[in-house]
Design a protein around this ligand. Structure first.
Ligand code: MTE
Ligand code: MO
Length: 354
């Protein structure tokens, strides 16, 4: 019997957990600038929320002069902004920490990039009129559930300090890559905070409210905090912008290559400023050369490439390190922290040439 077969080969997400759904992007195989929803990593704290979008309203309330409720139609009529941005989970690369830390063992694919269209959050806050006492803006999602550390039910909610909430590129998005936002990624409305780790980009927005104090929700006061020590909470500080970081997409770790010409390639990104330089080492970090970097828009990842003519057979440790316009550089040792956030040590893959 002859089975039909197709020459079309595609990649898939890698499953970390299904309840709630946490799956990573095949980032090594993504060459497009705008990642298709089917390859967009998924990171959830609870099961997916259910609500009827027919009655969907977005309230803006709290410390404002005039509370407002918007329909999605109302938002579509306001001036829009389209932003291409990297979204990276703060736990991306957590599995690389030594000593190991508990939590979802993400490899390198808790990251994606796409184009979001929406309304600046500040347009909505200005229309409502911030009161003088306003300090933070809380964005709450429709999803909720029990946390492992308490038996109380919580919704997923995060706050932004006023200056970040009023940044013109912090948007309430209604489109992803020119389509309505896919349900799993926050339909109908999702906050997008470029440059910050993605825990801030709250999906399925239920309400936005302004407060006069520091928000104490568990996704802000317990999680998404860097704890430098195993045994104490001393020196804890909040997770905010993405660290400067990179990925070697090709060759892959432990790949066997022939002698000859190879291109080492990948992406690099930063949550502060632009990527200015990506350096490559083929000798485990002793010597470095500049890769060719293709510049990209603010908030987007850059692609880089380095031509490597392999002189002799043997085993090689290839490394990449990115530097951003704020002179931040990937460190040789990661900043270990108890919950495993913000891993950005120099990228490393081993190959054998024979
Ligand atoms: N409502 C809601 N928003 C959320 C989350 C969530 O669990 N619920 N997870 C956050 C985290 S930690 C990340 S990394 C991103 C993941 O977005 P994605 O599932 O679209 O990739 O959404 C953020 N926004
Ligand atoms: Mo995350």
């Amino acid at each position: 019997m002859i089975f039909p077969h197709s020459s079309f080969v595609k990649s898939y997400l890698t499953t970390r957990s299904l309840q709630p759904e946490n799956q990573e992007s095949p980032i090594e195989h993504i060459r497009t600038d705008l990642v298709h929803p089917s390859l967009f990593y998924r990171r959830n704290h609870f099961t997916y929320p259910s609500f009827t979008s027919a009655y969907y309203w977005l309230p803006i309330r709290g410390l404002v002069e005039k509370p407002v409720c918007y329909s999605v139609q109302d938002l579509l009529r306001l001036p829009s902004r389209t932003i291409k941005a990297v979204l990276e989970c703060a736990g991306n690369k957590r599995s690389l920490f030594e000593p190991k830390v508990f939590g979802e063992q993400w490899e390198k694919g808790a990251i994606t990039q796409g184009e979001w269209k929406g309304v600046s959050l500040r347009t909505l806050l200005r229309a409502a009129g911030l009161k003088d006492a306003a300090k933070e803006v809380v964005v709450e999602g429709y999803d909720y559930g029990e946390r492992t550390d308490t038996d109380t039910v919580h919704t997923y909610a995060r706050s932004l300090p006023l200056d970040q909430a009023m940044h013109p590129d912090t948007i309430v998005a209604y489109e992803y890559n020119s389509q309505p936002i896919p349900f799993k990624h926050g339909y109908p409305l999702r906050l997008i905070v470029p440059q910050w780790y993605a825990m801030s980009s709250v999906k399925w927005i239920k309400q936005i409210y302004v407060i006069d104090s520091a928000f104490e929700g568990p996704f802000q006061s317990v999680d998404y905090v860097y704890y430098p020590y195993q045994e104490s909470d001393e020196g804890a500080f909040p997770v905010t912008t993405m660290n400067v970081n990179s990925i070697i997409q090709k060759p892959s770790n432990m790949e066997v290559l022939n002698t000859g010409k190879h291109t080492i390639e990948g992406i690099a990104w930063s949550g502060e400023g632009l990527i200015k330089k990506v350096e490559i080492s083929i000798d485990g970090g002793s010597t470095w050369s500049d890769a060719k970097v293709i510049p990209a828009e603010n908030y987007a990842w850059v692609k880089w490439a380095f031509d490597w003519t392999v002189p002799v057979k043997g085993e090689y440790t290839l490394m990449a390190k990115a530097t951003d316009s704020g002179h931040r550089m990937q460190p040789s040792t990661p900043f270990w922290n108890r919950k495993g956030y913000g891993y950005n040590a120099m990228e490393k893959v081993k190959v054998k040439v024979e």
